[in-house]
Each structure stands twice: as structure tokens, then as C-alpha cells.
Design a protein around this ligand. Structure first.
Ligand code: FEO
Length: 395
């Protein structure tokens, strides 16, 4: 069922309460999500994006209840990823000649995924626009690498709506659709989780794009994202957050992550937390066992932190596979200007710490000198030594 966004613009997407993971298993979803698509019915009828392929039939059936599909003048594909374009092939079966406005990279992506080079693509770039009647037009803004090469936003003049696609979105199911109807605490936790786990590697590009969009001086009444809420109440609040998040974001927080075999490394982790708090009582300190905690939630906390410590016992001349996998994800996210420390227990060879430090450096962390490399179980003296790491992380 379509839902009013503003004037002749309606939401025609899918609130997806069943979704539990995204990007394969790489992103956890705990509060539902949505794939937002929009129908504009001015003198021209325009569809902006679609939904994920499992909902293609539901999407097309619902759309057909609202309009004669033949009346769609053109489709805007802001982004070719399957969660937004998945219903396109099923829709195009009914309207195969309908023009599709998208970037040149989106043509590659859509043809590569769906194998329909004959679709009526209309390639657009930043600044191109198309009139939709009633004095309104759609203006296209390429959002290259935010977060795919093909990503694009579409601005609707007159109604001042920015259809931003993934940018400013969250994996958060809000049946009421609008930001003022959502639980604000959950909304911002989901928004920062989305930024930390998906957009963070592209922060320099986010920074430049925000500057570019602000420089255009466009009035923005609504930011209609492709996931989660539609920002209608003070929509620029999320742009301000992004401006902070893309600028080497950190709070006064230290996060300690570890895995353990026989609790020696676990003891080091908790003692380090105690020492950080003793030295800096106002600093937020969090401790997570990597194999017992949602990896995306840990990454959100790492994103907020000014420093982290990572612990693993030595196993097989290396580190635990749980920690190694997590460190690879940390490398992908390319957080900047954060400190890192290594700690861990070993029985005989003790290569774990060196590997942790290498992986921290590779992930862009400034590794502090002190470390805890403890033979067998930590003694009181070993545990007291965690104070030195705490001081280095806080310095
Ligand atoms: Fe929501 Fe990049 O797809």
C-alpha cells in the first residue's frame, strides 16, 4: 500500500521485519529494515528504485493496485545493488521499454546482474535534470563510492526532497516511516552502526560530497533514504551527524576486544578495563569477547572509540581464528586516528602479539609501545602491568 510522503510523492517500498542479515552474513539486523521505493505522480509518473528480489512480486502487485504500470514514464535507479534493483527484472517484464535513468556505472552493474543490455538506459551525471511537470524537476547527483561506484542521489525541486538512497539510511524497520515517529535512541544507534560498518571506509568521499551538496544551497525539506526512516523532522540533523562521523570520529571511549582459550587473556582484558577506568574515570570503557558478541555491534563501539586493545592467546604460531576474522573486518573498515594495543597469553612460542600488532597497523591504528605478552596464566605482576597499556592508550 502506498504511503504519502509529500504532495504527489508516495512511499511504495517494503518494511522488512524478517531480515536478520545483510551483505551475506556481514551485517546483522536486529530491528528490522526496509527497502524504500518512491512513486512520484506529477505530470510525469516516476518510480524511484524498487525492492529486494524476494519481494518482487509483492512490489509489482502492490504497484499495480495503485497505478497502471504503463503510465510509468520512467524509472530512476539510484543504485544497482540487489536490495534496490532486485524487483526491476520482474517489473520490466511488464514495461520493457520504460526508460531507466541511472549512472554509467549503474548500467554496468544492472547489465552484469540481470543480463538485459536491451533495457532503455538513460545515462545521467551530476547536474543533469529532467522535468516532471507542474514546474518540478529531478536533479541527479552522483554519489560515487557511497557506497558503490554507481550510487546516485536524486533531488526533486519544488517539493525539496532528496532521495539519497543508502546515504543517511539505517537497517531499522519503522512502519510509521518517518524519523519523528521512531525511537530516537534506536534510530541513532542503527544510523551509526550503518555508517561504521558500511560507509566508514569511504569517509573522505562522504566529507567531500557533503561539502558539495551543502555548497549547492538546495532547500531540503525531506531526505527520503532507501533504508529505515524518511527524515522529515529537521532532516539536516542526519547530515550534521554524517559531517561529524566522516571526520575521524571519536568519543572519549576505549574498547577492549579479545578471545580466550583458558581465560588467561580474558583476565588481561578485564584488568585492562579496570586500569583504564582507574586512570580516567570519565572515559567510557567497554569489553567484548569477540566470539560471543555480534561483530557489527563491536565495530560500532570501535568506531566511537579513541583507542582499542585487542587480545588473543597464541595458537598455532598465530592468533585465534575468531580474532583473525574480526581483524580482517577491522582492516576493511579503515578507521582513522585511533590507537591500538595488543595483549595475550602463550604457552611456548608466543607469536600472537606480533601478529596482532601487524594487523592493527595494517588496519590503520597507531600501535602503542606497551603490550602484555604473558607466559601461561597472568601473575599479579602481569596484571599490574596492564596499567602501562592503559596509560599509553589514554595518552
Ligand atoms: Fe542498500 Fe548498497 O544497497
Amino acid at each position: 500500500m502506498k504511503r504519502l510522503v509529500k504532495n504527489n510523492v508516495h512511499w511504495v517500498g517494503k518494511v522488512d521485519w524478517e531480515l536478520r542479515k545483510f551483505h551475506g552474513d556481514d551485517y546483522s539486523i536486529n530491528n528490522g529494515s526496509s527497502q524504500n521505493a518512491y512513486l512520484i505522480q506529477e505530470e510525469k509518473t516516476v518510480l524511484i528504485d524498487t525492492v529486494w528480489s524476494p519481494y518482487a512480486k509483492e512490489f509489482r502487485d502492490n504497484l499495480e493496485k495503485e497505478i497502471d504500470l504503463q503510465k510509468i514514464d520512467f524509472i530512476v535507479v539510484n543504485h544497482g545493488e540487489v536490495d534496490h534493483s532486485g524487483a526491476l527484472p520482474y517489473l520490466m517484464e511488464k514495461i520493457p521499454n520504460t526508460p531507466i535513468y541511472c549512472t554509467a556505472n549503474a548500467v554496468k552493474s544492472l547489465v552484469g546482474q540481470y543480463h538485459h543490455p536491451e533495457w532503455n538506459f538513460k545515462v545521467v551525471k551530476t547536474g543533469d535534470s529532467v522535468e516532471i511537470g507542474n514546474g518540478k524537476s529531478l536533479v541527479f547527483v552522483e554519489m560515487r563510492m557511497l557506497h558503490w561506484p554507481d550510487s546516485m542521489a536524486t533531488y526533486m525541486t519544488g517539493d525539496n526532497i532528496l532521495f539519497s538512497n543508502d546515504a543517511f539510511g539505517q537497517h531499522y524497520g519503522v512502519k510509521e516511516l518517518f524519523n519523528d515517529k521512531a525511537d530516537q535512541c534506536t534510530l541513532y544507534e542503527e544510523a551509526i552502526k550503518y555508517y561504521a560498518n558500511i560507509l566508514a571506509p569511504f569517509s573522505p568521499l562522504v566529507k567531500a560530497k557533503i561539502k558539495e551538496i551543502v555548497g549547492l544551497n538546495l532547500p531540503i525539506d525531506i531526505i527520503a533514504t532507501s533504508h529505515g526512516v524518511i527524515w522529515r523532522d529537521n532532516p539536516l540533523q542526519i547530515v550534521e551527524k554524517y559531517a561529524a562521523w566522516c571526520d575521524d570520529y571519536q568519543e572519549d571511549q576505549v574498547t577492549i576486544v579479545y578471545d580466550t582459550m583458558w581465560d588467561g587473556t580474558k583476565a588481561l582484558a578485564h584488568r585492562l578495563a579496570t586500569e583504564v577506568q582507574a586512570l580516567s574515570p570519565d572515559t567510557v570503557v567497554k569489553v567484548f569477547n569477540i566470539s560471543q558478541t555480534d561483530k557489527n555491534d563491536i565495530m560500532t563501539q570501535v568506531f566511537k572509540s579513541k583507542a582499542i586493545a585487542v587480545g588473543s592467546p597464541t595458537v598455532g604460531k598465530s592468533i585465534l581464528s575468531s580474532v583473525a576474522g574480526w581483524m580482517h573486518f577491522l582492516y576493511e573498515l579503515q578507521f582513522k586516528k585511533k590507537k591500538g594495543a595488543a595483549f595475550g597469553c602463550y604457552g611456548w612460542s608466543g607469536e600472537g602479539n606480533a601478529e596482532l600488532k601487524e594487523l592493527l597497523k595494517k588496519a590503520g591504528f597507531a600501535v602503542v609501545e606497551p603490550e602484555a605478552k604473558v607466559n601461561w596464566n597472568p601473575t599479579d605482576e602481569d596484571l599490574d602491568g596492564m596499567k602501562e597499556i592503559a596509560a599509553a592508550l589514554l595518552a
